[in-house]
Design a protein around this ligand. Structure first.
Ligand code: FE2
Length: 374
């Protein structure tokens, strides 16, 4: 019987062109303080704001940018809003993975025709900087995809937002763009959501990892990666697999109360600098034991970076047919063990660090054990 392991399958048939990730919006308990964290720890610049001072009654949103990465942090101003409900249920988490498209209406109606569920009707917003059209569909859990069409918009983010600069001096850390965004879905639902991206968006199935690829002695998960035609959008989808102990995906689903975004991988050209800055600023990372580095030279061969630097910063490395990659994972960035970040530097490799899965999952198991959720 054929198993699909790391085979590249299918040919791109985009339902509509996607130019990249437009922004990622989090619903959080306290956007003002979250914005401070992303500025001081991650080196994002505050570029725009919307809230009571701009005429909004129910929310405040801070827009942060570094390289091509744009984060929107939104909080409710009262208990009755959907934002407050979302935070009550899920804790701080990703509400919107927004996709930059040429034609938001076309993308939206095409997606609906192909089976998507509407989340927000198309609307065109206008201010002195120009026009932006948006429309949203549902994906896994309470997460949305918003299609954003920018009509050469010249403002800092979108009509309704005012330009706003950081009050503090911000030092960027070299983050460039969103490499991939990973979703965790319920047991048995991975194929459903892979099919959703294939049928609704015309994405390709890029890679399949089964529970033999992604397991330790105790826990397991399964993952499939879907991607759009130009490869700018990559969405791995994980589901828990049977193991002796509780999978990290199950732990996520328990604490997030359902499916949602597990991690956002952000790319850098200089991971040594990026990670040393993040560490200096107090960001916590998963720990892999020193012995991990003993086998790196034989496993990955020659790399430009000094192995001692990687060991000191606890950065992981993996190689595929096309090159190598360097990566590291933060601990969850809120108290619930849900959303975290991956920092990744690609040196030719287009894969996801399969050679590091075992070390990584053992590291997560140690964290789960501390939380009493293994
Ligand atoms: Fe990743």
């Amino acid at each position: 019987m054929a198993t699909l392991t790391e085979t590249k399958i299918g040919v791109a048939q985009d339902a509509f062109p996607i130019k990249g990730t437009d922004h990622i919006e989090f619903y959080v308990g306290n956007a003002k303080q979250a914005a401070h964290y992303y500025q001081s720890a991650f080196g994002f610049e505050l570029v725009a704001y919307a809230g009571p001072e701009t005429g909004l009654r129910d929310r405040a949103s801070y827009v942060l940018q570094q390289g091509k990465i744009r984060l929107v942090l939104t909080s409710a101003l009262g208990p009755e809003s959907d934002i407050a409900q979302h935070v009550h249920l899920h804790g701080d988490g990703v509400k919107v993975l927004a996709l930059w498209v040429d034609d938001a209406k076309y993308a939206y109606y095409t997606a609906l025709e192909r089976g998507a569920k509407s989340a927000a009707l198309p609307q065109t917003l206008e201010d002195e900087y120009g026009m932006v059209t948006t429309a949203s569909i549902h994906t896994y859990g309470d997460t949305w995809h918003t299609f954003v069409e920018r009509h050469n918009y010249r403002g800092p983010f979108m009509p309704g937002y005012r330009p706003r600069r950081s009050e503090m001096e911000v030092q960027p850390i070299g983050l460039k763009y969103v490499d991939h965004c990973v979703g965790n879905v319920e047991l048995g639902m991975m194929n459903h959501w892979v099919q959703f991206y294939q049928e609704v968006m015309g994405f390709n199935l890029l890679v399949t990892f089964d529970d033999k690829d992604i397991s330790t002695e105790y826990t397991a998960l399964m993952s499939k990666v879907v991607s759009n035609g130009n490869g700018y959008i990559k969405f791995p989808i994980n589901e828990p697999a049977q193991g002796k102990k509780k999978s990290q995906i199950e732990e996520y689903l328990d604490f997030y109360r359902g499916a949602g975004v597990q991690h956002i991988a952000v790319a850098t050209d200089n991971i040594l600098y990026t990670v040393s800055e993040l560490r200096r600023r107090g960001v916590e990372f998963l720990y892999v034991p020193d012995t991990y580095y003993d086998t790196v030279p034989e496993r990955v061969g020659h790399i430009k970076e000094n192995l001692e630097d990687l060991r000191r910063l606890n950065i992981l490395v993996d190689r595929d047919e096309e090159g190598y990659l360097l990566q590291i994972f933060t601990k969850p960035v809120q108290d619930r063990p849900t959303v975290f970040y991956e920092i990744i530097q690609r040196q030719g490799a287009r894969s996801f660090g399969k050679g590091n899965f075992k070390a990584l999952f053992e590291s997560i198991e140690r964290e789960q054990a501390l939380r009493g959720t293994l």
